[in-house]
Ligand binder design. Sequence first.
Ligand code: UD1
Ligand code: CA
Length: 447
Amino acid sequence: MAGVSLIILAAGMGSRMNSDLPKVLHRIGAAPLLHHAMQAGRALDPDRTIVVTGHGADAVDAAARAFDPEVETVRQTEQLGTGHAVAQAAPLLAGQTGDAVVLYGDTPLIRPETLEAMRAARARHAVVVLGFHHHGAGRYGRLIAEGEALEKIVEYKDATEDQRAVTLCNSGVVCADAGTLMDLVARIGTANAAGEYYLTDIVEIARARGLTAGVVICDEAETLGINTRQELAAAEAAFQTRARAEAQENGVTLTAPDTVFFALDTVVGRDTVIGPNVVFGPGVTVESEAEIRPFCHLEGCHISRLATVGPFARLRPGAELAEDVHVGNFVEIKNAILDEGVKVGHLTYLGDAHVGERTNIGAGTITCNYDGVNKHKTTIGPRVFIGSNTMLVAPVTVGRDAMTGSGSVITEDVPAEALAIGRARQVTKPGLAVKLMDLFLSKKKKG
Ligand code: UD1
Ligand code: CA
């Protein structure tokens, strides 16, 4: 089969979101809606992806490129309708062979399998439209069809009472030969209730030219389009349900699945166990046989095999945990590499650091990485023992097999094998505790 071009419509304003942010940049699964549509389309292994932008175009272009540096974007300066939006891609698609698939940037839950079924249906029809059955009051376009054969699409605004009673609705997803699609959209007019260029008119135009149109039906949940904050929340819930099921199918144990929140790009390996109330931000990879204990927040980090994290740990971007690392409760790690077997059990902040293998970081350790202007690095060698409540004032290096005394403020490099203590020496006064207590009591009595 020849290659596929994706056209993703993302020019609309989304006024019902009541937001300054373009609609397609609102997030579910910690990723913009647009990324979800692009990810679904990616399953077709497209030769080209074209995003049609308009409202907030600069921000939407940038988000599209962040997902796929090779994406092409085209401006629709006035939003004159879905047919007009698709027509903006015509100059880019001149001479393009193979099919084009139109997706909406605000419809994030389309399944790859559904898009593949549409591609397969192209063997039977020149134009393939994705439909779904809807029994509510949704103002969707209605598909007038006989079995798989599609006669026309009537927009809700233009439909008769009888046509509105049809439950088969238009999702908006369309697949046709790229050249044919561009020919068809060039012929769309605006003689309708909205005075817009309706993409849906291509069905009748195609049939008038002796081409056939067909319907592929998917579950309504897949075509959920986001227009309001309520729909955004519903899509988030649907995405999470799907992500949890996928993780379980991939051999991940979720102790309390409903309390675990995944991002679009989360990767978790087989036989990893995730406890209750764990939240994944973007950019997290967990290898196999690791354990994420309850109440952890993870983003932009990599957790290797057999590592254990939490309960109550926070891993921020650049946290890189090698095999067998243990990170315990109330520990925050940012931009730090922890080599194999490192233990950071309790109440610690490690930022901008490298910790060598088998090193033990005592409770309450802090890398003082920020001087108010710049960030500085802390380097700790292998097999080091950092005493509890050590402040490591960066830039600073602690050599291999060294130790720091509890409560030390380490401002100078510590050589390998040395013990560094940086704190006031203890003074002990025999019997003074009892004398002081007597003095306090007698003062209190006198009043
Ligand atoms: C559209 C369909 C309708 C279908 C419904 C499914 C048409 C005429 N109607 O209606 O049959 O049931 O989707 O949700 O196609 N967009 C642009 N530029 C424009 C107009 C729209 O980029 O000029 C984008 C929007 O950002 C959005 C998508 O196209 O992502 C759909 O546009 P929208 O206005 O929501 O279409 P509906 O009226 O919902
Ligand atoms: Ca819509």
